[in-house]
Design a protein around this ligand. Structure first.
Ligand code: ADP
Ligand code: MG
Ligand code: MG
Length: 879
């Protein structure tokens, strides 16, 4: 048996080893393999992290020794000694997950700086200031990340020193200043740790590796993983890499570049750099960096080599790359490459262009599209006719429009945004710790930082509009004000951001609906060629149905009829129908509702003519159409105490007693769906008449109508379905006979109760089609109330990883999925080729779509705006 290894040297890795070495480790190894200059390194595997995490942080046996050996080999290869008093080796200790999580975990730079090595670094570089700057950066970073010394302690000392010296920039501090600062930083650290500060670099290395392991579980990484559906079980690798220095003077620099524009996908130069700076300075958004094009003038040779390397790595990975580089004394090193995060629009453009450039096949290109990302395309834009002048301008860091109230910290954003209030998070700069606020904000505005700052990268990945580095704005977090010129905005004032232009407006502007562009049309056509699953939409009015059709829906999988009962103009008749004392009264009320239902159906049928429409007969419990029990009781009480004994009170009491009569403790498991139709057959009868009349009217008017599919909800017993089927058939026959017409139609049922799935073979005898109602099926299979799910234990379950995914968002394949599979198989055992679809929320969730494809459903149906996502997801499911 080969013993498990926890360490791989740079030369042992390659791109295929990403699960073990993480994205960063595999990326640098691959670059080294193809001859791109990369600092020497070794990588601690994700498996080491997973094992340590499983054992509450205790390292697996042998890891410590393996790291020692890896370090010894690195020292030998470089001819340097970690923290040595001559020729010292300095390293970075970098986190690197399998799926990139920019900035969410920790990295420590300049490890190896010590009282012993600082003089040697000064001497070798001929730059004393540089040596002491590295040393103070190291203590600060190591202290914060590894020893959890509060960052402000160091920041305050640094700011204090600058004030004392009367300088503004860190770079204005002299070597002597920095020497003093190192002493201060050491005191701060030692004091905070009660004297436990470790100054031995080897020990520091182990502690740093451990800190990176721990950072896998830190709260911001957890928030990021949840938002992006990344499994908490993957673990992070740790890369120990020889330092190269972009802060050695004017012929040194550091930067970040993308091989294409990650906002638009355009093939243009996109990147930023800073002369005389270290990596974090660019991405942390502290100093606003310079556009990459200017590097041609400053460092021409390194620039040319960088451009050539970008092209080489893009061709190599056949995808847009996001790269980090450092130039040390004119010499270029690449520090990272990964497939760049991009907006949905950019993803489509890049896919489309790479096919044109002959780099990718259409199928490969489809594989690069993340279906769930596509709803970004459907974000509204600012109406160009607004005629307002922006009050500030920043960098267009992530496109789209955002309107919302200004908030100044991530916690407030998270709290208010979490309740669904539109907020714009305004920060001096965002740090990875702001992630929980970023996720729920409509948009992000920062005063500092560039196009490649963490805020910008994360925002683009999530499709959040972001304006970064808006230099003209002043933020006073204490006073909670945002000052632009002489305009002062307070927390709660509304602003509008245009992430495509960088414009900021001091008021709410009108937005216009999104436009689907040519790239989308082109790439989605490839998806349509590939996919097997049909895609329909859930819609119950003309507008939604029209939108759905525009977005590519091939029919309506669920036309709910309850909304047709709720509208204000018919609610009185609906209530009369419900509260009727006898059949005659009820028939009268239903007769009033019928023409209104008919006209609703005509709207949907007109929009969908030529396509199938599944109409679900009335589903919700009747009390939903009546006043709420508690509110009605209060109304009666109020009228009583007011001494009201007139008609109003009598009326209120009458209604209350009727509400009480219909009240159920557990209405979702009560008198609803076909159970209601069994009690009041006049209701399905009326609905059927309305459907038939509407279908015929549309045929007459438009020359074409829809394929009518009438669907019976909440069936658990075959007897229910056969009885309802008889009612519908008889009514249709009656309508057609009266009209002297013909109409093709089918009758099917929802499979949304476990019993229906279990007995699907018997149910299929009475059904022309099945539609899986996976919302109710999830609710009734797991026994979780959907309406209370988010307020109750489910949220805790997900937080505590008892459940990885919300089963109402992504289908529970193991449980509910089995019933779907069984329903399809049993149904088709009775009726080979039985048409089956799904109409729950899951129809628009890419992972669920993959499952539905695998069990052989004919189509999925989802809300109109998720139709494009479902089309792509259905294609990916077969690739
Ligand atoms: P993140 O995942 O947050 O980007 P990284 O590990 O990539 O963290 O490192 C943070 C910054 O430090 C990056 O800008 C990177 O380029 C820089 N950096 C990391 N290792 C080195 C090194 N060995 N030499 C110089 N700069 C480095
Ligand atoms: Mg990085
Ligand atoms: Mg249902």
């Amino acid at each position: 048996m080969v013993e498990k290894r926890f360490i791989y040297d740079l030369s042992e890795g390659d791109a295929s080893m990403k699960p073990l070495l993480g994205g960063k480790g595999a990326g640098v190894a691959e670059m080294a393999r193809v001859g791109v200059p990369v600092p020497d390194a070794f990588t601690v595997t994700t498996e080491a992290c997973i094992e340590a995490t499983k054992r509450d942080g205790r390292w697996p046996d042998g890891l410590r020794e393996e790291i020692e050996e890896g370090l010894a080999r690195l020292e030998e290869r470089t001819g340097k000694v970690l923290g040595g008093s001559s020729n010292p080796l300095l390293v970075s200790v970098r986190s690197g997950a399998v799926v990139s999580m920019p900035g969410m975990m920790d990295t420590i730079l300049n490890l190896g700086m010590s009282d012993e090595s600082v003089a040697a670094v000064a001497q070798e570089s001929g730059n004393e200031r540089f040596a002491w700057d590295c040393y103070r950066r190291f203590i600060q970073m190591y202290g914060e990340v590894v020893e959890e010394v509060p960052a402000y302690l160091y920041e305050d000392a640094l700011t204090g020193l600058k004030a004392e010296r009367g300088v503004e920039q860190d770079t204005d501090l002299t070597a002597e200043d920095l020497k003093g600062l190192v002493a201060t930083f050491k005191e701060i650290s030692a004091e905070h740790l009660g004297g436990e500060w470790t100054s031995d670099p080897r020990e520091q290395l182990h502690r740093a590796v451990d800190a990176v392991f721990r950072s896998w579980l830190n709260p911001r990484a957890d928030v990021y993983r949840r938002a992006n559906n990344i499994s908490a079980e993957l673990g992070t690798a740790v890369n120990v890499m020889q330092m190269v220095f972009g802060n050695r003077g004017d012929t040194s620099a550091t930067g970040v570049c993308f091989t294409r524009d990650p906002s638009t996908g355009e093939k243009s130069l996109y990147g930023e750099f800073l002369v005389n700076a270290q990596g974090e300075d660019v991405v942390a958004g502290i100093r606003t960096p310079r556009p990459l094009a200017e590097m041609r003038d400053v460092l021409p040779e390194a620039y040319d080599e960088l451009i050539a390397t970008m092209a080489k790595m893009e061709a190599h990975y056949k995808d847009m790359q996001d790269m980090e580089f450092t130039v040390e004394n004119g010499r270029l090193f690449l520090l990272q490459t990964r497939n760049g995060k991009r907006t949905a629009a950019a993803a489509l453009k890049v896919a489309s262009d790479l096919v044109d450039e002959g780099v990718l096949t259409q199928h490969e290109a489809l594989g690069r599209i993340e279906p769930s990302q596509l709803d970004q395309l459907l974000h509204p834009a600012i109406d160009p006719a607004h005629g307002r002048t922006p009050i500030a301008k920043g960098l267009p860091a992530s496109p789209g429009a955002a309107v919302g109230e200004v908030v100044f910290d991530a916690d407030t954003a998270a709290e208010r945004g979490g309740k669904g209030e539109p907020v714009v998070l305004v920060r001096y700069e965002t740090t990875p710790d702001d992630i929980h606020g970023v996720i729920v904000a409509q948009g992000i505005l920062t005063a500092h930082g560039g196009m490649t700052s963490h805020a910008a990268v994360v925002a683009r990945g999530m499709g959040k509009p972001c304006v970064a580095g808006a230099g003209g704005i002043k933020i006073d977090v204490k006073a909670r004000t945002l000052t632009i010129g002489d305009r002062v905005l307070n927390e709660g004032d509304v602003i509008t951001l245009d992430g495509s232009t960088g414009d900021v407006y001091g008021e709410a502007l009108d937005l216009i609906p999104p436009q689907i562009n040519e790239d989308f049309e082109r790439v989605v056509a490839w998806a349509d060629e590939v996919r097997r699953l049909g895609v329909r939409a859930n819609a119950d009015n003309f507008e939604d149905a029209t939108k759905a059709r525009e977005l590519g829906a091939e029919g309506i999988g669920l036309c709910r009829t309850e909304h047709m009962f709720m509208a204000a103009d018919r609610l009185p008749a609906v209530r009369r129908m419900i509260l009727a004392d006898n059949q005659a009264q009820r028939a009268e009320a239903l007769a009033e509702i019928l023409p209104m239902q008919q006209s609703d159906f005509e709207g949907v049928f007109t929009a969908m003519k030529g396509l199938p429409v599944t109409v679900r007969l009335l589903d919700p419990p009747l009390h939903e159409f009546l006043p709420n029990l508690v509110e009605q009781s209060l109304l009666v009480q109020r009228l009583e105490t007011a001494g009201n004994d007139g008609a109003e009170l009598a009326d209120a009491r009458e209604t209350l007693s009727q509400v009480k009569r219909l009240h159920e403790q557990n209405p979702m498991l009560g008198t609803r769906g076909c159970r209601l139709a069994m009690l009041y057959p006049e209701i399905p009868e009326m609905q059927t008449r309305a459907i038939v009349r509407a279908a015929l009217a549309v045929l007459d008017r438009e020359g074409e109508t829809v394929k009518v599919e009438i669907m019976i909800p909440l069936v658990a017993l075959t007897q229910e379905l056969s009885a309802q089927r008889a009612i519908v058939e008889k009514t249709v026959a009656d309508e057609l006979a009266q009209a002297g017409r013909e109409l093709d139609y089918t009758i099917g049922t929802m499979i949304e109760l476990p019993r229906a799935a279990l007995l699907a073979d018997q149910i299929a005898e009475h059904a022309d089609f099945f539609s899986f109602g996976t919302n109710d099926l999830t609710q009734t299979t797991i026994g979780i109330s959907r309406d209370d799910a988010e307020n109750g234990f489910l949220t805790n379950y997900i937080m505590d990883h008892v459940l990885e995914r919300n089963p109402f968002e992504t289908i529970d394949v193991d449980g509910v999925g089995q019933l779907v599979q069984m329903g399809v198989d049993k149904g088709r055992s009775t009726k080979p080729g039985l048409k089956t679809g799904v109409c729950g929320e899951h129809g628009g969730d890419p992972d669920s779509v993959e499952f539905f494809n695998s069990v052989g459903l004919d189509y999925v149906s989802c809300s109109p705006f998720r139709v494009p996502i479902a089309r792509f997801a259905a294609a990916k499911a077969v690739l």
